[in-house]
Structure formats: C-alpha cells, structure tokens
Design a binder for this molecule. Sequence first.
Ligand SMILES: *Cc1c(COP(=O)(O)O)cnc(C)c1O
Length: 444
Amino acid sequence: MTDTRVTLPEQGLDPDAVLAEMAALKEGDARWRAGRTFSLVYHQSDEHTALLQRAYALFLQENGLNPAAFRSLRKFETEVVSMVLDLLGGGPGSGGTLSSGGTESILLSVKAYRDHARATRPGLDRPEMVLPISAHPAFVKAAHYFDVTPVFIPLDPDYRANVAAAAAALSERTVLVVGSAPAYPHGVIDPIPELARLAAERGIGMHVDACLGGMLLPFLRELGHPVPPFDLRVPGVTSISADLHKYGFTAKGASTVLYRDLAMRQHQFFAYGEWPGGLFGSPTLAGTRPGGAMAAAWAAMRSLGRDGYLRSARVILDTTRALLEGIAAIPGLRVLGAPDMSVFAYTSDEVDILAVADQMEGRGWLVDRLQRPSAIHLMITPAHRDIVPAYLGDLRDAVAHVRAHPEAGQSGQAAMYGMLGRLPESEQGLVRDLILQHLDGTYR
Ligand SMILES: *Cc1c(COP(=O)(O)O)cnc(C)c1O
C-alpha cells in the first residue's frame, strides 16, 4: 500500500498561494449560495455574511473559557442568551448558556437532568429518557455518552409523538421527556403541552428541542402563521434548545440551551478544585470556547433585529408555501404530514422516490433522503427565494423520467438506500457497522 500521508511543507508557503488553493477547492463544494442545497447552510444574504465575517474576525483569537479576561465575550454571551430567552418565554428565574451547536446544547441538557436526578433521587440507577423516534440523534448520542437509557416512543400517523405511548413509557427510572419543535424529519411539532403535562405530573423534566424552530417559530407566529405552543411558556417545559447557527443566521458554532429554573443549569456546569493547574470551572463541554462564534451571534442578532428576522421569516414562509403547493401539484408526489414550519419531506406512492432523488442529483441539486418511509427532505432558507420554478421544473422531469424508467431504482444511491431500508430490525448492527466503516474511510 502506498503511503499517501500528507506532511507539513518543509518551508511555509506564501499565504496568497495557500488562500488561492483553498478558493479553488471551494469550487468543488456544494452550491449552497445558489440555493442548490437544502440543509447544512443557512444563508441570509451576502451583506449579512460579510457582517458575520467581520464580527468573527474581530474576536478570532479571544477565548470564552475565561469570561473575566474577556468581558466583551461575557456581554455577548449573556445578552444573546437573554434575547433568546425573551423570544422563547423565559421567566424571571430562567437562564441558559451559549454552546457550540445543537448537539452540544442537547448533550448539556441530558447531562443536567442526569446529574439532577443523581443529586435528588439517591439510589436511582440506570436513568431513562423518553423520546420520540423522530428526535434528533444527538439525544441518542447523549444517552450513549452519559449512560442514560433511551426509551423510544412511536409517532402518530401525522408524524407527531404518540402521547399515550409516552405515558406508557414512563417509569420510576425516567429522568427526562423529550419533544421537538419541530422534529427534523417531517418538520412537525410534537404535542408539547401534552408531553409536558405528563412530565410535570411525575415531577420530572421536559426538554423541547427547538434547535430548528427556536429562532423562526416566534417570528412566524408574529406574522400570523399558526404555531402551536412549544416554548418555556408551556407549563411543564423545563428546558429548551435553540440553535443560532440555523435560523438565527449566525456563524457556525452557536446554539443556546435555556432552563426554566437556573437551579437546573448548575447541574450542567462542571467544577474541579484539585488540579495543580488551578481551580477549574467550565460551563459547557468544551474547554477553550471560540470568541468569534459568540461575537458573530451577538452581531447577527443586533444587526438583523426583530424586523430583520420578521422580513426573513416572510420570505421563508412564502417560499415554503410555493414549494409545498408546487410539489403537491405534481401527480404521484405527496408531502408527509402537515409541516408546521419551513422543513418538510415528500414521497411517492407511484414511483421510486429514491430514484427521483438520484435524478434530482443528476440535475445539480444536493438531495437529503429520509427512511421509513423513504422521502426527499427540504429545509427552506432565503437562499431558496428564486429557485422555486427551477426546482419544480426539474422535479417534474425527474418524476417523468422515473415513471418511464422504473428500473432506475435498481441503480445508483437508490439501490443502496433501498437495500438498507428493507433490512429487518435484527440487522441494525450491520447498518451501524456500515456507517462506521464509511466514516473511517471518509477520514482516511
Ligand atoms: C440540527 C439539529 C440538531 C443538532 O444541531 P447541530 O448544530 O447540528 O449539532 C438538533 N435537533 C434538531 C431538530 C436539529 O435540526
């Protein structure tokens, strides 16, 4: 086997040459700016991105690990948390933390509930968390990291969590109930008040994952769009996560985790007093915390303001409606459930939707696929304002092509996804192994 390991250049290269090489590499990446992707990047406008770059650069080297050293960062963090608390119904006793992303917010909340249970329910071993199968895998990751057993509940035919199943899943070991606003796969909001009531009756916590919706739903509601209750205003909801680097339109590396009662946040923090290196306290999972992400979050929220987020929400809503109507008008296609926001999926009962997905990729769209049932997934941002006719035109062609060539599902990614999707429950270990092998190969 040839060794293709990259080593440090013996002599440092000219910075302009390095940057030119990077710019060239970028040419091969997903074309998010042109609205050809439906996940991963949330683009507001080029002017807004320029502001994020300047704010990030201003605090590129600063470290949020020590807020006494960087009072600027402490101000950014506390004010960003305060602004999100205000949007999501945080009362006087509430508070939260800025984290590096939705996953970290979720990990932190699960750790907080586990440690709260350890402190207040002596003798409790093997704590459990009740969550819908549509909840983000970050909860399963948290369960894995923190030794909390995930107890999954099924979805109703409308893809929202089944409340009766949640009630039946609760046990004397349960430390947390989870709901999403909305859940990533189908973009629907779980029955938060009902789930929160169950949790409250038991005296346990309820975390709402509003990583996607936290920075959009409040503005959609203000525009008159029907938004069911989902935030800290709902009795029994004890914490909520809301990402800033999604619909908050800030730079990557910013999310919030918010608690109804600051006492719960104490269980999130970590303190260690025995280290020769000094007294150590850390609010989140990370040690060093990039100041740029905090600065860009503050800059984004101050610069967009309520009116900016409302304008953006209007565009997102109108674009989503146009796509939903256009897709529903294509014979053979069907949107899953009744999406609450700007995230949705569609499938087909007549043609192989995974073959349609391959056809769309061939036409230059980066397609996200769902399983059980197979579907194509979209998340709409202002970058999609002008792509609706092009997308619908390509989609009509793609469906027609698959209708004319039903064997299309036997090749390409469709065949692989189709095969994996049909594997029985007992083969889930195999699927996991394949994913792990794929990860290993990706980072070779
Ligand atoms: C994106 C997302 C997460 C995880 O957030 P990351 O920032 O990707 O770590 C959690 N929950 C939902 C609903 C999400 O969409």
